[in-house]
Ligand binder design. Structure first.
Ligand code: P53
Length: 479
């Protein structure tokens, strides 16, 4: 056993197809959920329209046009020393509607070329199958994942791409941040995870969410089973957003609230790594008449389709306080969250808590006993071009340095097994939550603004050279 960052550690960066590719209609691509989401802003939610409306601005339609710039962009990633590159396959490039039998050859060819370009530089693709990109047709015709037939459509999509990229891709993840939807009162999270487009106060949202989540978990497990048959060397993972929930005080009711909130938010990982629902969720479903449709066959599939590794995003911790003396209430989202006076926040109000990453790594290792991959982490911030024409993003470097240090300590002192680290938005892209370009995460600046103006020119930030040094020293030099 070694308690240091392994030699073959997967340093890289992460993006998602819809947030950078653009070219929303190229090569016969269909309309995805991301194509019908307008731009919002900090605190102003994005709207989801039924179809594309000609007079509205949809920032993902062009994004940063990675579709036509990927060769130059990969060259820059290679220059930083990336060992891997996490992106997703846009479902609607392969199945424009989502329920077809035959895949779209032009879409498949785009990813042939993209993955070939990665391998040219020895960069391992790490691929998410479903990253907020459900075909809009599946939302409009079937109501998204509330319909069991979605399982077949998704598994068919997974099978086609597993076969096609059998030799090019080894690392896969099924659903991005599958547990975000536990915050089911937020329309955006329910829509992006499950294609459930509901009003915030829809009384059915909780029941629909748990049912949809179940179908996704079955689809994920089936995909893992199929993937393993297609190539036994595949590494198949799940993906969760991990924001550990701290109690606001040492009052027992607060500590119990935080514990319950952890259970309500992370049980997906129990299903995906251990193969069954935890008893606390079974009890909760039974008492509340939730997740009505589950078969014996589903349970067998869940047991057989457990993952090889656990991928997760980490941006921040959250803090919760007991709402009342009754610990039995359902919802564990924002109404239980309180500000944490010990933590500074980003310009977008996200707490900054590097120790929370070490906490999360420990907690996940204790519960799930799987290799862990940090597949998103980073600081969304405004960047200014200075008088010398450069971007001096020392705030971003400070955030990443502290988080990489926390990861290192977890590996070295706590014995946690971590196989990779891919900071989010390694090149500036469209924010998922707000649709803004100005919420930037990248090592590489892209000249484009929130209204879609700009030359799309790429420019290295100070953090580019810093991360290059981090990778070159295998995480030893964080200065
Ligand atoms: P943006 C909510 C909570 C945590 C992570 O987010 C989230 C979200 C959704 O906004 O999303 C992940 O762009 C997601 C990425 C996303 C990134 O975090 O809102 O996997 O697609 O861009 C950052 O700042």
């Amino acid at each position: 056993m070694t308690f240091s960052i392994p030699k073959d550690f997967l340093w890289g960066g992460a993006v998602a197809a819809h947030q950078l590719e653009g070219a929303w209609q190229a090569g016969g691509k269909g309309v995805s959920l991301a194509d019908v989401m307008t731009a919002g802003a900090n605190g102003i939610p994005r709207q989801i329209t039924a179809e594309v409306e000609p007079d509205k601005f949809y920032p993902n339609h062009e994004a940063i046009d990675f579709y036509h710039h990927y060769k130059a962009d990969l060259k820059l990633f290679a220059e930083m020393g990336f060992k891997c590159f996490r992106t997703s396959i846009a479902w609607t490039r392969i199945f424009p509607l989502g329920d077809e039998q035959e895949p779209n050859e032009a879409g498949l060819r785009f990813y042939d070329d993209l993955f070939a370009e990665c391998h040219k530089y020895g960069i391992e693709p790490v691929i998410t199958l479903s990253h907020f990109e459900i075909p809009n047709h599946l939302i409009r015709k079937y109501g998204g994942w509330r319909d069991r037939r979605l399982i077949d459509f998704f598994v068919h999509f997974a099978t086609v791409v597993f076969k096609r990229y059998r030799k090019q891709v080894k690392y896969w993840m099924t659903f991005n941040e599958i547990n975000n939807q536990t915050n089911y009162k937020e329309q955006f999270l329910l829509a992006t995870d499950s294609g459930l487009v509901l009003d915030a106060d829809d009384p059915q949202s909780e029941a629909l969410m748990y049912q949809a989540a179940h179908y996704e978990l079955v689809a994920s497990a089936l995909a893992v089973k199929v993937g393993r048959q297609i190539n036994p060397d595949f590494k198949l993972g799940c993906m969760l957003n991990v924001s550990p929930l701290y109690p606001a005080t040492c009052k027992p009711a607060d500590a119990f609230q935080a514990l319950k909130a952890m259970q309500r938010r992370y049980w997906f990982a129990d299903v995906q790594t251990l193969g069954k629902y935890p008893r606390h969720m079974e009890a909760f479903f039974k008492a509340n008449g939730l997740r009505a449709d589950i078969t014996l066959e589903d349970r067998i599939v869940l047991e057989e389709g457990t993952v090889d590794y656990l991928g997760f995003s980490y941006y921040n911790s959250l803090t919760v306080a007991a709402q009342s003396d009754n610990p039995e209430y359902h919802f564990v989202g924002p109404e239980a969250a309180v500000a944490n006076s010990y933590l500074a926040t980003s310009d977008w109000g996200w707490p900054i808590d590097p120790l929370g990453l070490r906490y999360s790594l420990n907690w996940l290792a204790d519960h799930y006993h799987k290799p862990l991959m940090i597949v998103e982490n980073g600081l969304g911030a405004r960047d200014e071009i200075a008088a010398d024409g450069q971007i001096h993003d020392d705030y971003r470097i400070a955030y990443l340095r502290a988080h990489i240090q926390a990861m290192k300590t977890a590996i070295e002192k706590d014995g946690v097994e971590v196989i990779g680290y891919t900071p989010w938005g390694c090149i500036d892209l469209v924010s998922a939550g707000t649709g803004q370009m100005s919420k930037r995460y990248g090592f590489i600046y892209v000249d484009r603004d929130d209204q879609g103006n700009g030359s799309l020119a790429r420019m290295k930030k100070d953090s580019f050279y810093w991360y290059q040094k981090v990778i070159k020293s295998n995480g030893q030099d964080l200065s």
